[in-house]
Every structure is written in C-alpha cells, then in structure tokens.
Design a protein around this ligand. Structure first.
Ligand code: GTP
Ligand code: MG
Length: 284
C-alpha cells in the first residue's frame, strides 16, 4: 500500500487552538480507540499537554477484545497513566469517565476548596478523528449537544458543554499524528475509519483487513461471509464476499468495490468480531 499522507492544514489549526485554550484546562481527557490503543494515541499530545493532569479513556471497548483492553489498562497504569475502558454508546461511560476526571482534578479542587472556592473543573476532550469524543460528551450531558457521525472530521471547532455546575467539557476536532512512518499503525487507523477513505484505495484496504481477520478470527469471518473460509486465497477474498452477498455486476463479474465498502463498514461497526489489532506486549 502506498504511504498514507493525511496531515491537512486544519490539523495544524486544531493544534494551535488546543494550545491556546490550555491555560483554562484542569484535566485533559484523551479518548483512544480500544481496538488500536497504540495507533489511536497521538504522540504529539505528550508535547502539547506536558505538565497537565491527563487521563486516557479506551472508548469503543464494546468492539474490542475484553482481555486485551484489560491488559492495555494495566499497561497504561504501569506507565503512570490513569486509564479506563468505556463505551460512549453504552450505559456506564458517564460514571467511569466522571470518576477518572474527579480523581485527576482532586489536587486542584482541594487547593481551591482550602481557599473557600468550589472549583468548576474544565476538561478538554481530545483524540484522533472518529474515536467517539463527541459521542462521549453527549452521553455525559445526557442529551445530544455535540454533532457526531460515522466518519472522521465531524467536529470542526471547539464547543463547551456543561455537564454539571462543577464540570464542563470542551469538545475538539480530531487530531491525527503529525506524521506516521509505521505503515502497520497507519493501516490500523485506516481500518478504524480515522483517516478519510477518499485518500485511500478502498479495495486494497479492505483486502488487507480481510487478510488480518482471516488469520485472527477466521471462524467469525466465515460466519459473516459464508463463502469465505480460512483457506480462501488472498486473490479470491473480495470475490468470496461478493458471492456471499450476491454483489454481481450487470455485465457479469463481481462488484468487489461494493464488497470492499461493506467489509470496512461492517468491521467499523463491530459486526464481524470483537478484535483488538494491537497488543500491549508488542509495544516498542
Ligand atoms: N460501537 C461503538 N460506537 C461508538 C462508540 N463511541 C462512538 N461510537 C461511534 O463512532 C462514530 C464516531 O463518533 P463521534 O463521537 O462523532 O467521534 P469523534 O471522535 O467526535 O469524531 P470527530 O469529531 O470526527 O473527530 C459514531 O458513529 C459513533 O456512534 C462506542 O463506544 N461504541
Ligand atoms: Mg466529534
């Protein structure tokens, strides 16, 4: 696959905006995707937010392998980072996120309390595109305040949302790694839908995903696409999806482009399998 280049001008603009707003922020909440905790963690944030209280939320944990998520949380904790698994579309995200934020804000809240002030905790919700930042904010607010969507780049500017008299969250646009030379991680971001599909070859991307799923979760893949088995050769994978779904072209042949879109969509929506693409043990 050719190198993926994705750092458009609005990312640099977002970075400046985050830096400018930082002084009023008590806690930075970094939302990552539990299916790819390595690729979905922007290393640029270490520079940007050094010195700030920071927590990590592994979102979409309903789509990831539960054991892997537990191991990732331990791994973050071992490096001194408070982390928790959540599902912003599910029930307990608010409670889990609030507890983590309160813990991180405790020293500042206590210091203000000593001066007789009940401090309003202000959090910046940051992360790469499409990880569920806005969905999490809506879940915590208990109503739809921020725009969400199943594609990257939905949130365009900052937006403050008040959760309680003492907690305010700032939604921010997704921000990708400034550059990512590791093509495996870049591919993971593409699989998750954090990079715009338009800049990639969809069939090539779906084929790579099918290969990965065929070796990782062959039974679930066959269950989803009946004509695709553990033995289907690489060159026949997309065709097998077409045969499973009846994606035929009018003049004959297979509509592999349609199959590619379907595979990516279904993977992203968690319909194929709960799978984590990166393991903490493999971290370098
Ligand atoms: N299954 C599942 N889907 C989720 C979860 N959180 C968010 N989503 C979905 O992920 C997609 C992206 O959600 P958004 O909240 O718009 O993501 P975002 O990080 O704000 O994205 P940008 O604003 O583009 O940076 C939407 O289709 C959500 O429904 C989750 O915990 N589980
Ligand atoms: Mg958003």
């Amino acid at each position: 696959m050719p190198a993926i280049n994705w750092y458009p001008g609005h990312m640099a603009k977002t970075r400046r905006m985050l830096a400018e707003n930082l002084k009023m922020i008590d806690v930075v909440v970094e939302v990552i995707d539990a299916r790819a905790p390595l690729a979905s963690r922007n290393p640029d944030f270490d520079d940007l937010f050094s010195g700030k209280a920071r927590v990590v939320l592994l979102n979409k944990s309903d789509l990831a392998d539960g054991n892997a998520t537990k191991r990732w949380i331990s791994s973050f904790n071992r490096s001194g980072i408070e982390a928790a698994g959540v599902s912003a579309t599910g029930g307990s995200a608010k409670k889990t996120a609030t507890a983590l934020i309160e813990q991180a804000a405790k020293p500042r809240v206590a210091a203000m309390k000593a001066k007789g002030v009940n401090k309003v905790v202000r959090c910046m919700i940051v992360g790469i595109p499409n990880v569920g930042k806005s969905t999490l904010i809506n879940r915590m607010a208990g109503e739809t305040r921020a725009e969400v969507g199943d594609k990257p780049g939905v949130t365009r500017g900052k937006q403050w949302v008040r959760i309680s008299p003492y907690l305010e969250l700032m939604d921010t646009p997704g921000m990708l790694w400034p550059k990512l030379e590791d093509q495996t991680l870049a591919k993971h971001l593409a699989f998750l839908g954090s990079i715009k599909d338009e800049i990639m070859d969809t069939e090539e991307l779906a084929l790579e995903l099918l290969l990965l799923l065929q070796s990782g979760v062959p039974a679930q893949l066959s269950e989803r696409y009946g004509k695709l088995t553990a033995d289907t050769p690489e060159e026949a994978l997309l065709e097998a999806v077409c045969r499973s779904r009846g994606f035929l072209l009018r003049g004959g042949g297979f509509d592999t482009e349609r199959a590619a879109h379907v595979v990516l969509d279904e993977f992203r929506a968690g319909k194929i399998a709960r799978i984590t693409l990166e393991q903490p043990e493999a971290r370098v």
